[in-house]
Design a protein around this ligand. Structure first.
Ligand code: MN
Length: 167
């Protein structure tokens, strides 16, 4: 999950599926409160190695702005169909996926549910009720630092923005 200060601030939620990163832009980021439903707008697939990208995308390029690796980890697909695990690619195609995240900040069950198809395709990212659910935790506010470097958006912009300008 990357925090991305582009034209509007959002979190890019990415899941490795069949060799690519399926991606959604989540304006408010993930919640740990099962009552919160977070809008997630699908974006283009990204290559796997993009998951570790942190830095400043220069003006004029797609996604211009500062990127922080906000969280990372593994996930387990737990989407079931007729008592069996439905492959993730198929679950996403059907518009409903359940998975357990094992990140440094975000963990436990989440659901992605498609609520709109076509040009305005949109999804909801919702915490499932489990031990990792916590209505009081607000990790997007209280834990802004990169899990790679400990820097926040401003620090990455200052460090890498300067490097960009002087190169
Ligand atoms: Mn983005």
């Amino acid at each position: 999950m990357q925090q991305h200060d582009a034209s509007t601030l959002h979190y890019d939620f990415r899941l490795e599926v069949d060799g690519v990163l399926k991606s959604w832009a989540v304006p408010k980021g993930p919640s740990t409160d099962p009552r919160e439903r977070r809008l997630a707008i699908p974006t283009e697939d990204h290559p796997l190695d993009y998951a570790d990208f942190e830095g400043v995308i220069p003006e004029g390029q797609y996604g211009a702005g500062t990127v922080v690796v906000w969280d990372r980890g593994t996930y387990e697909n737990v989407t079931e169909k007729d008592g069996e695990i439905r492959p993730m690619a198929e679950a996403l195609k059907q518009g409903h996926a359940l998975f357990r995240l094992d990140g440094e900040k975000i963990s436990g069950g989440y659901a992605l549910q498609r609520i709109e198809t076509g040009e305005d395709e949109s999804w909801l990212l919702v915490k499932m009720k489990d031990d990792a659910a916590d209505a009081r935790r607000k990790p997007t506010s209280t834990e802004p630092q990169s899990v790679l470097t400990g820097r926040d958006l401003g620090e990455v912009a200052a460090d890498d923005g300067d490097a960009e300008a002087s190169s």
